[in-house]
Write a protein that binds this ligand. Sequence first.
Ligand code: UD1
Ligand code: BG6
Length: 371
Amino acid sequence: NKGNYEHYMQKEIHEQPESLKTTMRGRLIRGGSCKAKTVLLGGLKDHFKTIRRSRRIVFIGCGTSYNAALAARPILEELSGVPVTMEIASDLLDRQGPIYREDTAVFVSQSGETADTLQALEYALENGALCVGITNTVGSAIARHTHCGVHINAGAEIGVASTKAYTSQIVVMAMLALAIGGDTISSQTRREAIIDGLFDLPNKVREVLNLDQEMKDLAKLLVAEQSLLVFGRGYNYATALEGALKVKEVALMHSEGILAGEMKHGPLALVDENLPIIVIATRDSCFSKQQSVIQQLHARKGRVIVMCSKGEAVSVCPGGLGRVIEVPHVEDCLQPVINVVPLQLLAYHLTVLRGYNVDQPRNLAKSVTTQ
Ligand code: UD1
Ligand code: BG6
């Protein structure tokens, strides 16, 4: 049931304030004035000791689910102190990469049925790792075969391009980071800021959804382009990959997410006055580096569109050069949840304007159950 929306993808984008609330329901505890703020993940409570002691945490997934894990990686590393590595399921299988008994392998999958992820799970089980699932589908193969896990509870996702599952996956993995991380005095302020940020996140997502018309206007501007680059780094490297994936899979436009730190090692050669480039430069510890990236793109007459924190257009566009997308500012590790929303909207409007099928993109399936 699409309700008042024309497409499931559109409905699912606009549903995110509610789906995020459901994801967090019963799992965030604010406590009284003297009680600590905590996270409760019922499915993992008997396993945290093992996870904390593991030699590394390996995230495994495909497509959007892989990108969600990449978005959560920095906060998991920061709070747990355990090294976190990333594996695309098919690549792990192709290489028969090392997985050890001392590893915690985390399988991220909306459907819980993706063939490559499922086969990587069987492989990790054979190798003796603790296998944790993060899935949206109760009773799915991945939920059943993992030792333990967390359901993201985002509600059924119908659109082939994943939107609300992505933001809920990131939120679950941020909660996982909080739950694994020790409750040390030094990290207390940080943890509380993240928990407060999580409580407020649905409101901030509602706010960023107000950019709908602005993203439609931007889509009109970009509708006939051949290609679109998205530059990100740090917490928002994943946002660049995911934004580009949305544009590619539904709008059928070539798009590439680029790690801004790699700009000088190739991508800079593509820059001219025609190719549109979105640079994600919201306020975090990478901000000044992104400012310098923007300057260098302008120096080469690049066609730059900057995503920045609200009120900061002047510091990212000196002299009013280029277009800006201003988004609400949240705690750095939660910013990917906000920043992906305008890119989801852009991909949606580009698709409608280009006349393609939004919910059933050409050649793609919601759940890839064959290899
Ligand atoms: C559970 C109930 C929820 C109830 C809540 C009350 C289910 C599915 N969930 O939620 O309805 O409101 O208790 O406290 O009955 N699991 C895996 N692999 C996965 C995902 C989950 O093994 O990929 C396991 C978990 O380890 C857990 C069970 O499935 O044993 C349910 O997980 P989850 O729904 O996340 O647990 P709760 O949030 O505690
Ligand atoms: C398919 C979907 O390619 O599988 C993507 O079209 C999805 O949207 C990918 O990200 C992985 O699916 P899942 O269910 O394992 O998260």
